[in-house]
Design a protein around this ligand. Structure first.
Ligand SMILES: *Cc1c(COP(=O)(O)O)cnc(C)c1O
Length: 469
């Protein structure tokens, strides 16, 4: 299995190289040269596997020749050992054809833990083997950062710096980051929005001297190895609902298009996915794209689901590459256009193909509050605001006839309600309690670095604080 860049000018390279570099040197994102495929028979044989065994089997197709399935299974078992549900990603029936996939059973109670806990072990293994050290630099709209700091803290070979937009993440999210005070783990508050943080990370990755001198690596969802573990829960959910015989749809609350792209890959691998429902909040650039065939950047408008308050969807480039027939030159041209003008549009024929798999919905804050309140009252489940955006989209896709009758729809519940207490309290009148392992979170000591929104300020901080090399 080899990896190439979406911009056509890096690779092919192996799994481990793609893991350690994160973003390709031409500014693109790595993807496998082709998608491995499971037959229906192979999918049927996955029934009854433990979550870790399933993870080993699915991910081994992407590490071909570099890590065997057994070792991946052991890494996944270790990564998910501390999760607070034995099923790791349990599926709950909500109502009618809607099921909720609970992805909040890890240490930071958002779905990012599923990828990040695996990724920390994958990095450790790769760095150990080559006797290297690395600096991990990431931008977060909230949940990635806490998951990364939690997973990577206290590892000798790795310093981790996570940029977050000051004042734009929830108090629980912020404290989950700033309360990680292990050596080599740094929460960095930036005077700006998430897109500023992400732009700084991209700029520093494009400064090759700096990148090489500190062995810079990425763990935000542009890293291919972070998508791999996310593919696994699409398999576990579909298997639980009767795959390969039964087709299943997924509704995915989305911002950076990472989680939903993992669903796309699962489908390319042969999982019978009827439809992928893209669920946006009021920052609806992705929904507008699927409606209009045009991507148009607007200002970020803070919402009750801040992990989706994004206007530049970094992982979307992967779908763009696929929609453009895997033409890296054309993908690079479109991305350059988008960077220069804040917009691009695709041919109608391309959009017809895109819409044959993806549907898109949006939900504003009032709708989010109403969905949390209604689902709590009618179905007895308290959703966090992001999950509510996904459940609402699932309900609408069923109601408007987008899906064939009786297609099970899995709505991804991406965070625990206690991570977004204010919105949930506003909707239900009750403050959702943090799980036991986080009960004292808001009393824990903090450490934060505050910087201006500039690449040079962040670069100076990294050079001053890093221990490695
Ligand atoms: C990260 C995150 C999202 C968005 O996921 P993408 O992969 O960026 O689309 C949605 N909800 C929650 C709770 C998140 O943490």
């Amino acid at each position: 299995m080899k990896y190439i860049s979406t911009r056509g000018n890096d690779g092919p390279l192996g799994y481990e190289e793609a893991l350690l570099s994160g973003l390709a040197r031409d500014g693109g994102l790595y993807l496998p040269t082709s998608y491995p495929r499971f037959s229906d028979k192979e999918i049927a044989a996955m029934r009854g596997l433990s979550y870790a065994e399933l993870a080993g089997l699915v991910m081994a197709r992407f590490t071909d020749g570099e890590i065997e399935a057994d070792e991946l299974t052991a890494m996944a078992a270790d990564a998910y050992a501390g999760f607070d549900d034995p099923a790791v990603a349990p599926l709950r029936h909500l109502t009618g054809d809607i099921h909720v996939l609970e992805l909040f059973h890890g240490p930071t109670i958002a779905f990012k833990d599923y990828a990040m806990q695996f990724l920390a072990r994958a990095f450790d293994r790769a760095l150990r083997r080559s006797a290297q050290q690395a600096v991990i630099l990431g931008a977060t709209s909230g949940d990635t950062g806490s998951a990364a700091l939690e997973a990577f803290q206290g590892r000798d070979a790795i310093d981790v710096f996570i940029l977050f937009p000051e004042g734009r993440v929830s108090p629980v999210q912020q404290r989950q980051m700033t309360s990680v005070i292990a050596e080599g783990a740094h929460a960095v508050a930036v005077h700006g929005d998430f897109d500023d943080c992400q732009a700084i990370v991209k700029q520093l990755f494009n400064q090759h001297d700096f990148r090489d001198s500190v062995n810079l690596s990425a763990v935000n969802s542009i890293n291919w190895a972070r998508l791999m573990p996310q593919i696994v829960y699409y398999f576990s959910a579909a298997l639980a609902l009767g795959a390969p015989q039964q087709k299943v749809a997924f509704s995915v609350p989305t911002g950076n298009f990472g989680n939903v792209f993992a669903g796309y890959v699962a489908r390319q691998m042969g999982l019978p996915i009827e439809r992928l429902i893209v669920a946006s909040n009021q920052n609806d650039i992705l929904t507008r794209f699927f409606e209009q065939g045009a991507m148009r950047r607007e200002a970020v408008n803070p919402s009750l689901s801040p992990s989706m308050d994004i206007q530049v969807s970094s992982n979307f480039e992967r779908l763009l590459f696929e929609l453009l027939g895997r033409d890296g030159v054309e993908t690079a041209r479109v991305m350059a256009d988008f960077a220069a003008t804040g917009k691009f549009s695709l041919l109608e024929a391309v959009m017809v193909e895109a819409r044959s798999l993806f549907s898109a919905y949006r939900l504003d804050d009032a709708g989010t509050i109403a969905e949390i309140a209604n689902t709590s009252r009618d179905d007895g489940m308290v959703l966090d605001p992001h999950s509510a955006v996904g459940v609402s989209a699932a309900r609408r896709a069923i109601a408007d006839g987008t899906l064939p009758d009786r297609t099970p729809v899995v709505a991804l519940a991406c965070a625990h309600p206690a991570k977004f207490q204010d919105a949930v309290e506003q909707a239900t009148g009750t403050l959702p309690a943090l799980p036991a392992h986080l009960a004292d979170l808001m009393q824990r000591p903090e450490r934060t670095h505050l910087v201006e929104a500039s690449d040079s300020a962040v670069k100076a901080l990294v050079l001053e604080r890093k221990r490695s090399l």
